[in-house]
Design a protein around this ligand. Structure first.
Ligand code: ZN
Length: 313
């Protein structure tokens, strides 16, 4: 593998090879090199947000735009020392096919960026705001404990974020404007499809990774309020200590200590962001097309529909 082709100027020595993973070699990067690299990257200097702001329109309606305009940044800032600069770590991961002709090899790519970089830069692939930080081996089909192995591999990649002291002076990093700041890298968001969310949150398949809505509850007709029933890691931790496994099972939570509960100022059940590819295109749009196709076929008008559709100029 040409790791040197993937280095973003960080050098080959930023990669660590870990053979202790059960499904093959895990390659990952030293996060304490990658995150300061993004913080100090000169091309992003004019496109950075370091402090929380509150924006409003002329009718004094609040506007949400960049990550630092949201409540999360304000709430988190209040829990850190006065001069702290928050560095929100955003992860993205998905299974990717490596080859078509030599045995269908897959790997699980793990990318990372920081919420200080403005979203128009993050959305432009040429700006390289996302750094590849992990190549997690995919297990063969039918293997056992896939989620457990993947969860531990993800924890290995992110392990340097786990022991941050939020009452201490933080990490003194150079910023692109030439100043040094007290930085606090915090796991803040994750972009991933449903299997990734289930794996990271360690909830049973079919459960909501964010709230405790019962499995199979009718969509849109339930009196259930997601905001009042958000998942709470402190409650689950207590239930686990009391060995109350039945309650955890009812709530769809795996009876193990989720490693992300230990991350400072991180709520593993609130990491999830809207993912255009999986939720809108492969989720809603694909589902609606299936429904439409079934409807047209049942009424024997699919050909008529096709003809009309193709004749649209
Ligand atoms: Zn929910």
């Amino acid at each position: 593998m040409l790791l040197s082709d993937l280095d973003f100027g960080l050098g080959d020595d930023s990669w660590i090879e870990d053979d202790s993973h059960i499904f093959g070699t895990l390659y990952y990067r030293v996060l304490c090199k990658c995150i300061p690299f993004l913080v100090a990257h000169l091309p992003f200097q004019a496109h950075r947000n370091c402090e929380p702001v509150c924006l409003a329109d002329s009718d004094i309606h609040r506007i949400f735009s960049e990550m630092n305009t949201g409540d999360w940044w304000w709430d988190t800032k209040n829990q850190l020392p006065t001069r702290a600069m928050i560095v929100p770590v955003i992860c993205a991961s998905d299974k990717t096919r490596l080859t078509n002709f030599s045995g269908d090899h897959h790997t699980w790519l793990f990318y990372l960026t920081i919420g200080n970089i403005q979203k128009n830069i993050c959305c432009t692939p040429k700006r390289h705001a996302w750094i590849l930080v992990g190549l997690i081996p995919c297990p063969p089909d039918g293997a056992n404990n896939i989620d457990k192995a993947r969860h531990s591999a993800v924890g290995t990649v992110l392990s340097q974020l786990r022991h941050l002291d939020i009452t201490g002076p933080g990490l003194k990093w150079d910023c692109a404007d030439g100043f040094q700041r007290q930085c606090y890298p915090l796991l803040a968001a994750w972009v991933g499809d449903y299997p990734v969310q289930v794996m990271v949150a360690q909830v049973s398949y079919g459960s909501c990774p964010m709230c405790e809505i019962p499995k199979g509850a009718p969509m849109g007709h339930s009196t259930f309020r997601a905001l009042d029933n958000s998942r709470d890691q402190h409650i689950y931790s207590e239930l686990l200590e009391d060995n109350n496994l039945d309650t955890l099972h009812t709530l769809g939570v795996h009876p193990i200590r989720n490693q992300f509960w230990q991350y400072q100022l991180c709520n593993v059940y609130r990491l999830w962001q809207l993912d255009e590819l999986h939720q809108l295109l492969l989720g809603l749009v694909k589902y609606l097309l299936h429904r439409l196709l079934k409807y047209l076929k049942a009424r024997n008008v699919k050909d008529k529909f096709d003809n009309r559709f193709t004749s649209v100029p």
